[in-house]
Structures are given as C-alpha cells and as structure tokens.
Design a protein around this ligand. Structure first.
Ligand code: BES
Ligand code: ZN
Ligand code: ZN
Length: 518
C-alpha cells in the first residue's frame, strides 16, 4: 500500500545525514604525514623546480604529468602511502579558487581512500589561512556523496580524516583556515542533502522540523508559520501556490542575533534580510511540466531556501556580526481539483494583486509575500537578498556555473559579486531593465505573474522588485547552478549547495550601503 510505503520511508528518512557525527570528517593540521594516511597529495606547479622528495621533473614528464591545473598522478611508493602529484598550473597565477579546484582534483583521484593527507603548498600571494580554507573545501566538497538510498556505496566511502601537512611557522593561520573551510563545507553538504532529498520525504513541514531541531545548536531563533498563520498574515502568494497540494505550507522564519562572549546581544554591524524559494517540488501546477529531465530535478526547487538555512547554521561558529532574518517560503506546486487556476487573482501580503497567467511561474508568487514581510521588519533591514531557482531563462543565458544577479543598488550587487568570486559560487549581473516592466501589466489585477517570451530572468526580477519598497535589494537566480550533471572540480554531481558559501561570505563581511530609515 502506498501510504505504508511512504510512512515507513518517512520514519527511516534522515533529511541531513551530512551533519550527523558518523559522517563528519576529522580535520587536523600536522607537521608530518600521519602514519595512518592512505595517501599524500603534493602540489606541483607547471613552471618550476619540483621540490617534493623522491620526485623530479623528468620522472613526472615521462609519466605524462606536466603540472597543469587539474592534472594528477598517483605514484606508488614502497616505503609509505602513495604520493599523488597534483598540478596547479603557473604558480604566479595561483589563487584560492585554483587551490580549491586542485584540492578537489586530488580528492577525486583518491576517492577510495578514507584517510588522506595533503601537503600545504607554497601559496605565494594567497594568505595561509585562505589557502588552507580553499584546500579543505576542495577536498570535502569533492568527496560529498548523497548516500542514503545507495545500497552499494563502499566504492566511494565517506572521508574519515583530512590532514593538512604544514611545515610553515604560521600553523595557527592554517588551523584557522581549515576550521573555516570545515564550517563552509559542512553547511554546503547540508544544503546538498536537503536538495537531494526526495520531495515526498522532505516536505515543507519536515523542513520546518529540521530547522527547529537545528535552532538551538546553531544559535538561531526559529518561528514556523502554518497555513492558518499564513492566512492571518495575508500571504496569498504562498497560499495560492499551496492550494493544489495535499501537503500543508510552511513559512520558516529564522533570526540570527550577534552575541558577545557572555551570550548578550551586541550592536550588529548591519542588518540583512534573506528570502528563499522553498518549492519542495515544482510540477508546474495545472500547467504541468512535461515528463522530462527538468521536471525530474524539481525536488531541488527549494535550493534557495536550503542554501539560506544552511548558511545560517554557520553564522554563530564564525562569529558573524551582521543581524540576519530569513523567510523560507515552503510548499510544493501541485495540480489538483483545488489548485489555483490560470486567470485566478491572488492578493499577496501588503495588498498587491497578481493575475496568475502561468502556474509554473510559482516561485515569484511565494517570494513576494516573503519580500513584503522583510520590508515590514523593525528595524528595517539595510539590505534584502533573495535566492531562488527562479527561471529556466537564467540557466539558458548563463549556463550551470554562474547564477544571475540583479538589484536596485549597485554597491550591494558588488558585494554579492565579490562573495561569489571569493567562494567560487560565482554570479553574473544581468540588467534590471525597467523598460520591460510594462510586460507585467495585467487587464484585471495590479500585475500578472509572467512577462513575454524574452528576457524571462529579467522580467521575473522586475516582478520581485515590486515588493521591496525601494530598500536595497539583490536577487540571485540560481536555477542553473543548483545542480551539476556530472562531477566537476568541487561540485559533486547532483545538488551543488550553490549559494551557501556565497551567503556565508556575504553575511560575515556585509557592510550597509546607505542610511536606511529604521
Ligand atoms: N523552478 C522553475 C525554474 C527552473 C528551471 C529551475 C530549470 C531549475 C531548472 C520555475 O518555477 C519555472 O518553472 N519557471 C518557468 C517560468 C516561466 C513559466 C515564465 C520557466 O523557467 O520556464
Ligand atoms: Zn515553476
Ligand atoms: Zn519553480
């Protein structure tokens, strides 16, 4: 019987295996290679003398290894664990991103090893802590696998330990960086787990439970709004999308308050509000999506909300001084006799009316309520950032490596871009061309939920802008970056956890861009 199948699976289901102790990788910094290491990675530049003991350029060259970025060569040794030469390309051009990629290439070459050691290279102009962070992230993120439903996962075992072998005097910096890399990677793995979870198991209600269970240990306040509470708030966007579903909706409100050493609230350096698209499954609604591979990945349509929840688990451990509030707008989008119909008019929080022309443009409907709630906060936020797998148009424009970013405040967009560059969760700015706003004019309501055939990512952003009340706002459309079709450097196939590290970096370094009327 289907119901018993579901309830059994539901009982056994763990939405976030990566953040439970047995899955955690032990991280250490040491002066020498630990005796139990199954292999040792050492970096080799393309244009320099080979310094690793037992290696020389002629030997490597004869084996076809030139030290190009991403190249690796496994060298068995009689007196110890195999050595893995890892190419980093031209040493002068080395940056944190290249180190992260090289560490990921190393991790994939030794995918069967449970305990690995990596020699910290001469990182040139990259500070030791940032280098250690990038190396840690590269290894941990590349070794991520979603395992709960694989009966045969011994071929790719979880990593038990990673040791960075550092001969340098600044061990403390390396330790700091490794700790940060661990926090960033763990949060990203959590976001990946959530987006990889089958939609029937990870419902909006279950995600709310996950958020609640994390609250205490992560220093977050969590408030859950069910259907009735959402109706009282007038969240007609979220409720409209939920109308066709057998599963109840949830809005998950998370609050992070910076605190001092005695646990007392301290003056924040800025206030940011986040809004995340939490469509647990996007079938398209009555405008059902075709039975294809895009439809088959729509359990990941909550990746924006997942990235926000995951990023917020990292704020306390990193001592973030920004006050952060998040609204995760969660429901699935399903067709049924009770579903919203094409031509229906929804009234979102704050009173604006929206004519639903396309039930598959549901993300912007749920986001609108969240954006309005963010503008109503007291004190008002210095910035609102929303994250959503919003449009296939953005994926077609930019591909799978960079998300689109748009906003009404260029210095804020620049901060998002900088965080993208630092973390490798890159963004590319698209123009918020307000001449296209007229495409959203409706015959019967204040606006309709889709524009014309062209520039779909931009008209979606223009729709969202209607709800931010002129506050500094940036919108990240991560439809293309939420999933990787195959392993690619530190992106493991499946959900990428995109946005998690970008948001952590952005929130920790946030600077208000203008005086906000509080
Ligand atoms: N969830 C999709 C967007 C999406 C597409 C995410 C591909 C990830 C990969 C969104 O709700 C959607 O269906 N958007 C429509 C918008 C259209 C109806 C205006 C789209 O992109 O086709
Ligand atoms: Zn859709
Ligand atoms: Zn969607």
């Amino acid at each position: 019987m289907l119901t018993s199948f579901h309830s059994r699976a539901q009982a056994e289901f763990h939405p976030a295996p990566s953040i439970e102790p047995p899955e955690e990788t032990k991280l250490a910094v040491a002066a020498t290679v630990p005796t139990d290491a199954g292999c040792v990675g050492t970096f080799v530049g393309a244009d320099e003398e080979v310094k690793a003991p037992g290696l020389d350029r002629a030997f490597l060259k004869a084996a076809g290894f030139e030290g190009k970025a991403g190249q690796t060569l496994l060298i068995p040794r009689s007196g110890g664990p195999p050595l893995v030469a890892v190419g980093v390309g031209a040493r002068a051009q080395l940056d944190a991103g290249k180190l992260r990629d090289a560490a990921a290439a190393f991790a994939r070459t030794v995918g069967q090893q449970k305990r690995v050691a990596l020699q910290v290279p001469d990182t040139g102009s990259v500070p030791a802590d940032l280098a250690a962070q990038a190396l840690t992230e590269g290894v941990l993120l590349a070794r991520y696998r979603y395992r709960p439903y694989k009966r045969n996962s011994e071929q790719e075992p979880p990593l038990e330990s990673l040791t960075l072998v550092s001969g340098s005097k600044n061990t403390e910096d390396v330790e700091q960086g490794m700790m940060r890399g661990g926090i960033h990677s763990r949060a990203t793995a959590f976001a990946r787990d959530l987006a990889n979870s089958p939609a029937t198991l990870l419902t909006a209600a279950r995600l709310a439970e996950v958020a609640e269970s994390l609250a205490k240990r992560c220093g977050l306040e969590v408030e859950i709004f069910d259907g009735e509470a959402l109706a009282r708030l007038g969240c007609g966007g979220l409720l409209g999308v939920n109308a066709g579903s057998a599963e109840p909706p949830r809005m998950i409100k998370l609050t992070y308050t910076p605190r001092g050493s005695k646990g007392e609230a301290i003056q924040p350096l800025g206030r940011v509000s986040l809004v995340g698209k939490g469509i647990m499954f996007d079938s398209g609604g009555l405008g059902l999506k075709p039975n294809d591979l895009v439809h088959a990945t729509m359990k990941g349509d909550m990746s924006g909300a997942g990235a926000i929840l995951a990023a917020m688990t990292a704020l306390k451990p990193l001592g973030c001084r920004t006050a952060v509030t998040a609204y995760l707008m969660c429901t699935d989008n399903m067709p049924s006799g009770t579903a919203m119909k094409l031509g229906d008019v929804l009234t979102v929080r704050g009173g604006k009316t929206v004519e639903v022309i396309n039930t598959d443009a549901e993300g912007r409907l749920v986001m609108s309520d969240g954006l309005v709630l963010a503008t109503e906060q007291s004190p008002r936020p210095d910035a609102i950032v929303d994250v959503a797998t919003l449009t296939g148009a953005c994926q077609r424009a930019l591909g799978l490596l960079s998300a689109g970013v748009m906003g009404n405040e260029q210095p804020l967009v620049e901060q998002v871009k900088d965080s993208g560059e630092r973390t490798g969760d890159t963004v590319w700015q698209l123009p918020l061309d307000r001449r296209l706003r007229q495409e959203l004019e409706s015959e019967v309501a204040d606006m309709k939920n889709v524009g014309g055939d062209n520039a779909g990512a931009i008209t979606a952003a223009l729709f969202l802008e209607e709800f931010v009340d002129g506050l500094p706002w940036a919108h990240i459309d991560m439809a293309g970056t939420a999933r990787a079709e195959r392993d690619n450097a530190w992106r493991s196939k499946g959900a990428t956890g995109y946005g998690t590290r970008l948001l952590i970096d952005f929130l920790v370094g946030f600077k208000p861009t203008r005086e906000t009327r509080h």
